[in-house]
Design a protein around this ligand. Structure first.
Ligand SMILES: [Zn+2]
Length: 286
């Protein structure tokens, strides 16, 4: 699943491609991908333009020029936005070669065509992703439910301390809870906890001040670095300019089960915590 750094990268890349281009046609191939009134969706987008692209957590927000309407795009597990112009394909989101070839293909759910001939394809193999058209009021309601993201001013030691002190759930599940902290998924949660030296199954209210401080710093540093490196790419992730994200080489714990911990040499383990495959070092994290 694309997390904050990957979605931030897509946002920045698509800004260069689709802003201010008039929408000439829209083709919805899989109706349930569109979670709004279908006719309203079409009439509001047609002949309109995107004037900005913003992001809240992992949600992309395309602002439309007229009517104070916003197109929300959530890529969920396997969604992908691919911009194609003059035969050049620029994919963003989770993708493997088979999902970006011969567009549109069997994974294409929605196509937005611009008057310059450019096309934005929404591809999604597992179809959990969605597009939704909302007004300003609904957008504000949706965005208000997101917790602060690491990097935001409101995300700080004080916020985390208050949040963690009163909760008994394990720290990994809280890092993944978008209503408490926005943007972190499985990869970065594991990286943050490794860097902070905190075991993923620890109850939030068992963490001491020093551990909370370390999580605060690790979350900020790791997401900042991941954005700088354009996110983490496995063999199936390509960004909006067709580049693979290269934070993969910087991962210290995620995906390293069975290998030696780069810090202490202990074998990295993987187990299920918060319903997700969780990587950790039993020596470095306690
Ligand atoms: Zn270790």
């Amino acid at each position: 699943m694309p997390e904050l750094p990957e979605v931030e990268t897509i946002k920045n890349d698509l800004r260069k491609k689709v802003i201010s281009k008039k929408i000439k046609s829209i083709k919805v191939i899989l109706k349930r991908t569109v979670k709004s009134n279908f006719n309203e969706f079409l009439t509001n987008l047609l002949d309109n333009k995107f004037i900005s692209i913003e992001r809240a957590g992992k949600l992309l927000i395309f602002e439309l020029k007229s009517k104070e309407m916003f197109l929300l795009v959530h890529l969920k597990m396997t969604g992908q936005l691919i911009y194609s112009e003059n035969g050049r394909i620029i994919p963003g989101g989770h993708a493997d070669a088979s999902t970006i070839k011969d567009l549109p293909n069997k994974y294409t759910r929605v196509i937005i065509e611009f008057c310059n001939g450019g096309k934005l394809f929404f591809n999604d193999t597992r179809t959990f992703g969605y597009m939704k058209l909302v007004g300003k009021k609904e957008l504000d309601e949706i965005v208000s439910k997101f917790g602060p993201e690491p990097g935001a001013k409101e995300f700080n030691y004080k916020y985390l301390k208050k949040l963690l002190n009163k909760r008994t759930a394990n720290i990994k599940s809280l890092l993944l809870n978008q209503q408490l902290i926005a943007g972190i998924g499985n990869i970065y949660a594991d990286e943050i906890l490794f860097k902070a030296g905190v075991a993923p199954e620890r109850a939030a209210n068992s963490l001491d001040e020093n551990e909370i401080k370390k999580i605060n710093i690790a979350a900020r540093e790791i997401l900042r670095a991941a954005i700088k490196y354009r996110g983490t790419t496995f063999n199936d992730y390509v960004d909006a300019d067709g580049n693979t994200g290269n934070f993969l080489k910087k991962l210290k714990i995620y995906g390293r089960e069975g290998k030696k911990c780069q810090v202490c040499g202990e074998i990295v383990k993987k187990k299920k915590t918060a319903g997700r495959g969780t990587h950790y070092c039993s020596k470095c994290q306690s």
